[in-house]
Design a protein around this ligand. Structure first.
Ligand SMILES: *[C@@H]1O[C@H](CO)[C@@H](O)[C@H](O)[C@H]1NC(C)=O
Ligand SMILES: *[C@@H]1O[C@H](CO)[C@@H](O)[C@H](O)[C@H]1NC(C)=O
Ligand SMILES: *[C@@H]1O[C@H](CO)[C@@H](O)[C@H](O)[C@H]1NC(C)=O
Ligand SMILES: *[C@@H]1O[C@H](CO)[C@@H](O)[C@H](O)[C@H]1NC(C)=O
Ligand SMILES: *[C@@H]1O[C@H](CO)[C@@H](O)[C@H](O)[C@H]1NC(C)=O
Ligand SMILES: *[C@@H]1O[C@H](CO)[C@@H](O)[C@H](O)[C@H]1NC(C)=O
Ligand SMILES: *[C@@H]1O[C@H](CO)[C@@H](O)[C@H](O)[C@H]1NC(C)=O
Ligand SMILES: *[C@@H]1O[C@H](CO)[C@@H](O)[C@H](O)[C@H]1NC(C)=O
Length: 741
């Protein structure tokens, strides 16, 4: 009987514990206010995570006992797993505290016994926030606390855990540091970057549930004075080690068993480019419905829902589409009481097996809609130009605007403000947005030092150029023979192959195993580009083909075979073929000087049928300067595809053959771009570079060789990303075998 009693007791304890399991929480403060009667009003929102039911929350107490009122509004469930499996839920409560105190700070606290059972053995948890009650000399207001939150249930397959970014946003632009709670430790092989507020793996992470107890703290970046209610003030040095505000963030993360591939968009959902970036700041206004659209894709899985961490009464509408794409639209109408609120919103795309990265944005509630000025951005393969319409932004003044890098200047005329920059200058940042690469910059207003009052409106105009990222071959069965795969919203996925053929029948490829391929004097080179698209009747257009001595198509040393759709090399001959093929013949050449190798890179475009203004319909343009802006829905961006290297290994040409106008040579300054000019003796050029195009009208030298690698290059990826065909083939083999196992 005694044993039975113990079992009974254990059973009851376990039952009670599981009912009270804690899965993490977050606190977001509204900017606190000092009221005219000397009291303080502090509003905060508390989000608490659960699994099947989130109707209750743990209670907070006004820590220092100075609250004259402490009103907790009704707790409302804000998100839940709709499949009935009870995998996540979250609730939010709103608390308004009125504080009457001569103390310099205020804190709230909640604490209980029972974290969800976790492999780190953590049991008790404490949720805590402390804020300083001094008026800051820089903002002339009380300090605002950093903002953060997470969705309720974080799940990462072990082999896909590399870096996990948390949201940190500080309304006062303070530096935010994340640190582990004093009595907590990070799970083994997970490291916290305190300044980036990100977790990363340093080795194999144990499968199971881990819990994280973090403190977010803000530190002004300049010396400020804080003036308190009782009249005293304190100078706070930028180097101070004590924060102005501290808020806890707690969450649990389940490390799942490994999955066959972590490739984004395969089974691991990837956010598509319509989705806001992590950390983006959005605006909503009182009484107007704010919408946020999130889109994700997992081609070999099913996204069945999105987890959301958002405010009370934010609605979500889920939709799924083709190719594993799913979308959710979040809608929220801020009320008057939400004015000046900063609302963190996080989201993840959910599949049965795994979960996307977590992205978070901050929504700032204003009284009237934020003025949306008219701005246009033009993107070219390596540069972007932004033009602001002054008339749409009354009072805007170019003298108080700057780009991310203030040393880059903006220009203006009577009607517009213009800025132009390359993707690597003026503070332009590269962002991987999942399916696209974005180059982002912003124009923002700045305050002039020593000017106490700012009369100008604050301006912040973000702009970006986005380019589709090539996606690995293995994700596309029907495009599997393509060397290059791209995805664009109005074209779906399409691929290109770029091959060298044995003869002008263009049927027998030079096989990869045959490399390095030897090509001899007088040889002709037969190459073919083939486009594959899910759309019917698309047309392939080859806008340019150029030769470079390395696999960087941006190399200043280059020789044009085709430019602006016009054939530039007299030995270049196009063979007629169907609309999606481009077969050509060219006589061999190499770069003079110490350049053994030749790569051929072509820029290719696909057009939909029936557009007389598409680039494909225009053909050769002698003067492309005033090229029309591309019609996005009718043609793709230009994509670079490469073939090579071809290696010159044969006997050199007798020097006599180099006479005359057969040798093109560039001067001694590789950076200068000028048309090639004629040189009688290429060997006299020393350290400069030359293009030896055609040694004789009919006799050219070319040797093909090398380990035939084709670079996978997206248009925007040119500067940053090179992945070789060899690698792609290897990974395809790997993936195939993994799936077959
Ligand atoms: C704060 O200090 C002032 C001056 O010492 C005093 O008059 C006031 O009552 C104090 N307020 C509180 C809430 O203690
Ligand atoms: C103001 O409050 C601070 C912190 O409580 C205290 O150290 C200081 O003595 C107070 N000053 C006055 C004038 O009451
Ligand atoms: C802070 O207060 C001190 C003393 O009143 C003053 O000298 C200093 O300039 C103030 N600093 C700022 C940043 O306002
Ligand atoms: C949410 O909606 C309910 C019902 O419409 C309403 O009573 C409540 O005030 C709303 N809460 C918020 C925070 O808007
Ligand atoms: C996800 O898992 C649940 C429960 O195991 C199952 O009912 C559902 O069909 C699964 N959904 C998909 C898309 O596999
Ligand atoms: C100002 O520059 C813009 C952009 O280059 C141009 O479109 C506009 O016509 C110019 N306006 C005037 C008045 O020159
Ligand atoms: C091309 O193919 C045809 C028929 O298949 C064949 O007769 C011809 O010899 C081939 N040409 C070359 C250059 O191999
Ligand atoms: C594609 O072209 C064929 C033949 O020209 C035509 O019959 C067909 O309607 C076209 N399809 C589309 C989608 O334009």
């Amino acid at each position: 009987m005694e044993n039975g009693g113990i079992f009974m007791l254990l059973f009851m304890l376990l039952g009670a514990a599981s009912a009270l399991s804690f899965y993490g929480d977050s606190i977001s403060f509204m900017p606190p206010q000092r009221r005219s009667d000397g009291t303080f009003k502090v509003d905060f929102y508390h989000r608490e995570n659960g699994r099947s039911s989130c109707q209750d929350q743990s209670g907070f107490t006004c820590d220092s006992g100075v609250c004259t009122s402490f009103d907790v509004s009704s707790v409302l469930q804000t998100d839940q797993d709709n499949t009935g499996q009870g995998r996540w839920c979250q609730s939010e409560s709103h608390t308004t505290a009125i504080i009457s105190t001569n103390e310099t700070s205020f804190s709230v606290r909640s604490s209980d016994c029972c974290w969800v059972s976790n492999i780190d053995g953590q049991t008790t948890w404490t949720s805590y926030a402390e804020l300083d009650l001094g008026i800051r000399s820089d903002t002339r207001a009380l300090n605002s606390c950093p903002l953060t939150t997470t969705v309720s249930s974080l799940r990462v397959p072990r082999n896909c855990f590399s870096t996990f970014r948390l949201l940190t946003y500080d309304p006062d632009n303070d530096r935010v540091r994340c640190r582990l709670n004093a009595d907590a430790s990070a799970p083994s092989n997970i490291a916290l970057d305190e300044n980036q507020c990100s977790l990363s793996s340093t080795g194999e992470v144990g499968v199971g549930v881990h819990v994280f107890e973090l403190m977010l703290e803000d530190f002004p970046t300049q010396n400020i004075n804080l003036t308190y209610a009782n009249g005293t003030s304190r100078t706070r040095e930028a180097a101070d080690t004590s924060p102005v505000c501290t808020v806890t963030l707690q969450f649990s993360m389940e490390i799942l068993p490994p999955i066959p591939t972590c490739e984004l968009g395969h089974v691991q959902p990837v956010f598509l480019s319509t989705t806001p970036s992590h950390g983006e700041v959005l605006h909503a206004s009182v009484g107007q419905t704010f919408h946020l659209s999130v889109e994700a894709q997992a081609r070999h899985s099913t996204i069945h829902d999105f987890q959301i961490s958002g405010p009370q009464n934010m609605t979500k509408v889920f939709a799924d589409g083709r190719y594993g794409v799913a979308a959710v639209t979040l809608s929220w109408t801020p009320q008057q009481r939400d004015l000046h609120r900063l609302v963190p919103v996080c989201f993840t795309a959910e599949t049965n097996e795994t979960q996307s990265e977590m992205r978070c944005v901050v929504v700032i509630v204003t009284q009237t809609p934020v003025v949306k000025g008219k701005a246009t951005v033009e993107c070219s393969p390596n540069k972007m130009t932004v033009t602001l319409d002054k008339a749409s932004m009354p009072g805007i003044d170019v003298n108080y605007l700057k780009l991310s890098d203030p040393t880059c200047s903006l220009t203006s005329n009577d009607t517009h403000i213009m800025g132009s920059m390359s993707f690597s200058t003026c503070g332009t940042q590269l962002e991987d947005k999942g399916d696209v690469i974005a180059f982002k910059n912003e124009i923002h207003s700045f305050e002039v030092a020593n000017e106490i009052i700012t009369r100008r409106k604050r301006v912040k105009i973000g702009f970006s150029c986005q380019f589709p990222k090539s996606i690995s071959i293995s994700t596309y069965y029907n495009l599997r023979d393509s060397d290059y795969i791209f995805t664009e919203s109005s074209f779906g996925s399409f691929g290109y192959s770029f091959e060298i053929f044995q003869d002008n029948n263009f049927t027998d490829k030079v096989e990869a195993s045959a490399y390095p391929v030897q090509v001899h004097l007088l040889d002709k080179l037969y190459m073919g580009i083939q486009a594959k698209s899910e759309l019917s009747n698309v047309t392939l257009f080859v806008e340019s083909c150029k030769a470079t001595p390395d696999d960087n198509p941006e190399n200043a040393l280059s020789y044009d075979l085709v430019k602006n759709g016009c054939i530039k090399d007299e030995t270049f001959k196009v063979y007629s073929s169907d609309r999606t093929s481009f077969n050509f013949e060219v006589q061999a050449f190499k770069f003079t000087g110490n350049y053994d190798l030749v790569y051929i890179t072509c820029s290719v475009i696909l057009c939909k049928p029936g557009s007389p203004f598409s680039r494909c319909a225009q053909g050769c343009l002698q003067n492309p300067a005033r090229r029309r802006k591309r019609e996005l829905s009718m043609q793709t961006a230009g994509h670079y595809i490469s073939q090579g290297p071809l290696q010159f290994v044969g006997p050199d040409v007798p020097s006599g053959a180099k006479d005359g106008n057969n040798v093109m040579k560039k001067g001694d300054t590789p950076a200068a771009v000028s048309p090639p000019h004629v040189s009688p003796d290429p060997r006299s050029s020393g350290g400069g570079w030359e293009v030896k195009a055609i040694l004789n009208a009919n006799i050219s030298t070319l040797v093909l060789a090398g380990c035939f690698v084709a670079s996978v290059v997206g248009m925007a990826v040119v500067l940053y990303y090179f992945s070789r065909k060899r690698n792609a083939e290897d990974s395809r083999a790997l993936i195939v075998s993994e799936w077959e196992n």
